[in-house]
Design a binder for this molecule. Sequence first.
Ligand code: MCN
Ligand code: MOS
Length: 762
Amino acid sequence: MTIMEPRKHGDASDGMIGGRQSRFEGSLKVTGAATYALEYPAENLAHAILVQATIPAGKVVSVDKAAALAAPGVLMILTPEDDFGMTVATDWGGNRPDNQPYYPLPRDVKYNGEPIVAVVAESREQAFEAAKLICIRYEAAPHVASIADPKAGEGQVMDNLTTKWGDAEAAFAAAPVKIEGEYRTPREYHVAMEPHGLTAKWDGNELTIWEPSQWSHGMARTYSEWFNIPYEDVRLISPFIGGGFGSKGGALAHGAVAAFASRKLGRPIRLALTRPQNFTNYGGRAATYQSIKLGATEDGILQSIIHRGASETSTYATWPEQTGAATPILYKVENFSSQHRVVPVNSVTPGALRGPGKNPSSFGIESAMEELAYKLNMDPLDIRLKNYNDFDRQSNKPWSTRRLREALTEGAEAFGWSKRSHAPRSMREGKTLIGWGIGCGTFPVIQAPSEAMIRILGNGRVEVVSGAIDMGQGTYTILAQTAADVFGIPVDQVEVHLGDSRLPGAAIAGGSMLAGSILGAVHKAATAARDELIGLALSDAKSPLRDTGANTLAFAGGRITPPRGEGPSLTLPELMAALGREQLETTRNTLPDGASAEEQRQAWTTMAKVQGPTMGEFSMHSWCAHFAEVRVDEDFGTVRVSRMVSAFDCGRLYNPRLVESQWRGGIIMGIGQALLEEGLVDLRNGRTVNGNAGDYLVPTNSDIPDIQTISVGVPDYNASALGGKGVGEVGIVGVAASIANAVYHATGKRVRDLPITLEKLI
Ligand code: MCN
Ligand code: MOS
């Protein structure tokens, strides 16, 4: 078992891959020196705000803007009347309709809160004041408020999410032990600290956008397509992001409005969404429900899983929150059937939120497995080990690495699981009921091509340059560590430049795919740069290393030497000086050799070349097992999570300190999901009732217990060039189930719909 103990501060190896280097850009953030998108100084700046529809469906009949236009400071008002002259851009799937006009402020209202008017003024306050004077007339149409609306219906089956093997119905009918349950998760939101927004500025036909982004290249492409300008003429700058959690992967209507207004006025425009607009203008996690039937033998061997799930989507686009994403791979079962439906409702299209699909999916299957365990009077740990899945029956491929057994056993040992007493309500301290539960999680390994440049400067500093994004997860730091490792130099001799679409292309900071993807490119470029330097050092007449007879050189401890230590030893700046080089620049990417410029462009700006977990020979995933302890007040039904132990297999860890922080962050979000978070919709008008940071509850420090994390992973070189698997999302997956299971153990009450609030327990 490897429990991560912080190494003593200042250990030189902390800066290498696998070291515990603290956040590279940390001091910039805590001293306020890091500039965020809405803080970039721009001369002659004007401000735009959005006015939102107050009906859930229908048409804008008229916008009376005369009074608002006359208000102080107002420069322009945009309405559905305006011809934006924009065209629809390529979607996530890489598809683009031909010449379809795009109206960021549409006449047809599809959800309550949809932006339909924009006011541009000298100041933000003037824009808000003027907006109050606008009078909008609508023609309302019937609406479906949410998945809970009786009018919502059953929705449509997604054929590509239907999975089947064996005969699940017959096996279930024949199974001696059965359970059946329906599990629900509500709408949930990202609530990133930094709200969405941007500063847009045109210079002639060139557009610069400062906007928080998880994908600088993909978003630059969208802006260029909206305005039909060359990709090179858009520059999206996003070096620091105050959290994204899936919400900042694509350009949105407010970005289109700001960029359009800027072009039309010939002035830079700033548009910041209000906090409530951060709940309406882009999608959070869709509400879901799913029914699960498990059939088993008397001794707890699974015979059948039947899964039927559904999630909300909007009326204008399909986003499935895949309730069956984890169900087919967690346990060994010979008879399986799963189906997922999407139910269109009048809401903004839902989107990715940390661990999309896997998250609600694991809440379902992991709750159901413990229901089965209690029905069989079996230990929840034993039933999981007994049904351990030996290969991926869905893809019919072997696992690349799967140390979930180790996660379960080592997690259980660290938690003290063996001291558990099985019966519900059997552990207590006075009026406090204590319960323990387990929840397993998984997230796929996704890979995307990436490119990076290494620049060695005459003064010996090494720059790593990439358009990749660091939204807090640690990209700056692990890129610096990779270069430091390859050149054998202290990490503070490295500089990292990120977050600009003009820099080399990279995978999206999403789907937990960036670290593994971009490190492959950085490592390749750094190794190539080092090889080039070795070549020069051994062949250049001016090099003191030329006559050593060595055929390679070693880079370690900040010095460059012949491998057996014979002959001179130089530092990087000394060697660069001897060679008379001001700089040495090397760019490499992970595409097959000879990829054309267009193929390269496709690779960084669309999802066309993204590789899923089973596209190769293996089935590749990260895995985890969470052990939760809850304390429930017997009289009041209040639940507190008092302890969490979580064991993970994420392959090799590039930086354990950052990884533990990622895992904890996911677990904390999972605790919020289990106990607090719930987007409430008013069925009468489809409005998000608690769409603000005061009423939509997320956990605070005082809600969070001691969290112990354990790594049981081993390097997986199928998953990535340097052996790591994805880390950013798996931490949240399975947490809610572990808490629901612990609450059942404490109270004897099974809560199948999140969040677990006190009224469900008393
Ligand atoms: N890491 C590592 N070893 C590995 C894999 C990762 O050390 N084998 C560490 C690195 O510090 C890396 C980080 O974990 O920077 C995340 O790596 P990865 O799992 O590849 O995820 P991405 O870089 O693609 O980041 C996206 C991911 C997602 S999809 C969401 S959602 C999420 C998350 O990261 N949103 C976050 N973590 C977040 N963390 C912060 N602070 N803010 C967000 O919005
Ligand atoms: Mo993460 S939800 O894939 O950005």
